[in-house]
Ligand binder design. Structure first.
Ligand SMILES: Cc1cc2nc3c(=O)[nH]c(=O)nc-3n(C[C@H](O)[C@H](O)[C@H](O)COP(=O)(O)OP(=O)(O)OC[C@H]3O[C@@H](n4cnc5c(N)ncnc54)[C@H](O)[C@@H]3O)c2cc1C
Length: 395
């Protein structure tokens, strides 16, 4: 275990080390610094000391040679023979990242759905598709998909691997990262390339959404990130052609501790709010049958969907598939109207990318108003009937 110590002959008691320590692990006693047991050996105090009085036996980690790791990969998720929108969104972002690295984009397609899904991947931005076609991969299982993908990663060595933060992606990505010995940043909201180091900058909300943290991975490959549906924009489709690389299951790739006996689609499918062009969001200010009826009517008259804040889901005014926000869905409609929604940071995390935002709130200081294009300060029970009446006259 490395340690940090003080050469008291050099120390002038300036206290810079104590000020710099983020863990309060350097304590000044009678003008002399002392290292406390909560020291993590982060070595920030060494950088702060102008006299070289802080010393350590910690050796600097060297960055391995990753020159063989190239290209940006996207896991192409599909269900019932259709690609999930997130895969196409990620291909758009992958293309942008690959252009900055002068590299190519590859999609990974596992399953037994045949070729119809290949061309849409090229159209969405893939230069290459690695396809593993096998009936034993018809249904997603953690074991088989992890083993197959890990083998491809080890064989082709991608520099970056992006996966959707869907139910499947959230199951697959950490398992795969562990197996290939890479790090993983979950639920990124922004991805870019550091212009100096050429590494992936992975930005995501931290501490309940109060700060945005940018995470980098210098010491392992691939650099892996998951991204929630609706966060990245799809590229405009282009009639592109690419290379199809057929891969086989090998060894025990298909072995899984899980056997899928039957699968079926749930009655009354869950709503995918990311596809809605207009969303009327209900907040606690609308928490009554009358309030919800009004907002549903408003949504209907605009051809939109009714959604809500977590407060409305927790109080069972709306089903959980209608929640917008950090722990709900991410949406990017043309028009979002928040009625009786305060606009907590966790809610804004899921809707701030909407094209136009209207806030209806009786409190002029509600945070939603600060991100709204138009704000109506007033009681929604008066404002919304007015809006419905104006809309009905226009139609
Ligand atoms: C880890 C974590 C994750 C979370 N994830 C999410 C998430 O994904 N999505 C989410 O939404 N929240 C999330 N939350 C909860 C979030 O912090 C807020 O508590 C929640 O968004 C508040 O919901 P609200 O705006 O409906 O209610 P409130 O904050 O209570 O706001 C109600 C608003 O209605 C206004 N109002 C009241 N009556 C009227 C009226 N008659 N007319 C007009 N305006 C009126 C009030 O002025 C107020 O601004 C999360 C919290 C945590 C800690």
């Amino acid at each position: 275990m490395p340690s940090v110590w003080i050469d008291y002959d050099r120390c002038d008691g300036c206290g810079l080390c104590a000020k710099k320590c983020p863990y309060d692990a350097v304590e000044m006693r009678d003008g002399i610094p002392h290292i406390l047991e909560q020291c993590t050996c982060c070595a920030l105090c060494l950088e702060a000391c102008k006299r070289g009085a802080l010393q350590t036996d910690l050796t600097a980690r060297t960055v391995p040679d990753f020159s063989a790791w190239k290209g940006v990969w996207v896991f192409a998720e599909h269900q019932q023979n259709a690609l999930q929108a997130i895969s196409l969104e990620l291909l758009g972002k992958a293309r942008e990242l690959a252009e900055q690295r002068s590299e190519t984009v590859s999609a990974l397609l596992l399953g037994d759905q045949g070729d119809p899904l290949v061309q849409p991947l090229f159209t969405a931005g893939a230069h290459r598709v690695y396809q593993v076609q096998d009936p034993r991969l018809r249904h997603y299982t953690t074991d088989a998909y992890t083993k197959s993908l890990a083998r491809l990663v080890e064989k082709y060595k991608p520099e970056i691997l992006l996966i959707g933060a869907t139910d499947i992606g959230r199951d697959l990505a950490p398992r795969l990262a562990r197996r290939v010995g890479a790090g993983l940043t979950a639920d990124c909201t922004e991805l870019s390339i550091d212009p100096e180091e050429g590494i992936l900058l992975q930005t995501r909300p931290a501490f309940g959404g109060n700060v945005m943290a940018t995470i980098v991975n210098r010491f392992s490959r691939p650099q892996m990130a998951t991204v929630r549906p609706g966060v990245m924009e799809k590229r405009a489709p282009e009639p592109l052609q690419g290379e199809l690389v057929a891969e086989q299951l090998e060894g025990g790739d298909q072995d899984s501790r899980v056997e899928i006996l039957e699968s079926w689609t749930e009655e009354g499918e869950r709503i995918d709010l990311s596809k809605a062009r207009v969303i009327v969001a209900a907040g606690r200010g609308a928490a009554s049958s009358e309030g919800l009826e009004l907002l549903e009517q408003l949504a209907r008259s605009l051809g939109g969907e009714l959604a809500g804040t977590r407060a409305m889901i927790e109080e069972q005014w709306l089903p959980d598939d209608r929640q917008i926000g950090q722990t709900g869905q991410t949406v990017r409609p043309e028009l979002y109207i928040g009625c009786g929604v305060s606009g907590a940071v966790q809610h804004r995390a899921g809707m701030a990318a909407s094209r136009y935002i209207i806030a209806v709130n009786k409190d002029p200081r509600a945070p939603l108003l600060s991100v709204a294009d138009w704000s109506i300060v007033g009681d929604l029970f008066q404002v919304v009937p007015e809006l419905i009446s104006i809309l009905s006259r226009r139609i």
